[in-house]
Design a protein around this ligand. Structure first.
Ligand code: ADP
Ligand code: MG
Length: 243
């Protein structure tokens, strides 16, 4: 299988604090990676380096073979080619769900309005929101808004989607509907890197779990190996604490 995303000896500091401490890791096409670890371990920073929301100090990051941090890289093209789903949904409040999903393909790709509308309707149906197409974000629950945000990401047909705690801002009863959409994407072969505290999702959906601590990947393996026979004492403690 080919590499979708590679980190090679990546380092990043904020002032005197080393946040990413020499990470080398790979995500293959079609792979679902769950990134977990204690708060402050560098999870958000790591995935934000992938579309250059954060600069790196040294090392290499490649998406689909392209060096993300090379000086000549077209930042707009890079960012529109990578899906990113945040804790905060960041929908445009003055646009309907449908218009939120249609916007980027029309503005960035020059997709015609009729084609964008058709695609957006299909994507809203895919995330279970066909009936809510004309609603504004303020008329939708948090779980529904996050599903619109996922549909909006899918509209750009990214080969890779990064999720940074997509369910952390949701009321507990809405977490399941968002995870169900993510499971569906995983089943359909989407390449995904998911920072999440949802360990049930990790067990069920991840091909590989990365455990980060103090900017290093201390452990990586299948969910079974990670949860049943963690090797590193910090991974053992992390798993014991979430039980
Ligand atoms: P996580 O997502 O695992 O909770 P983060 O990647 O957000 O961790 O943060 C890792 C470390 O980097 C933390 O110590 C955090 O305080 C620090 N940090 C993150 N962003 C910044 C920033 N913009 N400036 C300074 N320090 C930062
Ligand atoms: Mg974070």
């Amino acid at each position: 299988m080919t590499s979708m995303l590679e980190f090679i000896q990546v380092r990043k500091s904020f002032g005197a604090t080393t946040v990413i401490d020499g990470i080398t890791a790979e995500v293959k096409a079609g792979e679902v990676v769950v990134v977990c670890g204690p708060s402050g371990s560098g999870k958000s920073t790591l995935i934000r380096t992938v579309n250059r929301l954060e600069a790196i100090d040294s090392g290499t990051i490649r998406v689909n073979g392209n060096d993300v941090h090379a000086p000549g890289t077209d930042l707009n093209r890079l960012r529109t080619g990578i899906g990113f789903v945040f804790q905060q949904f960041n929908l445009f409040p003055h646009l309907s769900a449908l218009d939120n999903v249609m916007l980027a393909p029309m503005q960035v790709r020059g997709t015609s309005k009729s084609e964008a509308r058709e695609m957006a309707q299909a994507l809203l149906a895919r995330v279970g929101l066909a009936e809510k197409a004309e609603r504004f974000p303020g008329e939708l629950s948090g779980g529904q808004q996050q599903r619109v945000a996922i549909a909006r990401t899918l509209a750009m047909q990214p080969p890779l989607i990064l999720f940074d705690e997509p369910t952390s801002a949701l009321d507990p009863e809405m977490v399941g509907e968002v995870l169900a959409v993510m499971k569906d994407l995983a089943r359909q072969g989407m390449t995904m890197v998911c920072v999440t505290h949802e360990m049930g999702f990790a067990r069920e959906v991840a091909d590989t779990v990365w455990f980060l601590d103090a900017g290093r990947v201390l452990e990586r393996g299948t969910p079974d190996a990670f949860f049943q026979t963690p090797q590193h004492p910090r991974a053992q403690k992390f798993i014991a604490d979430i039980r």
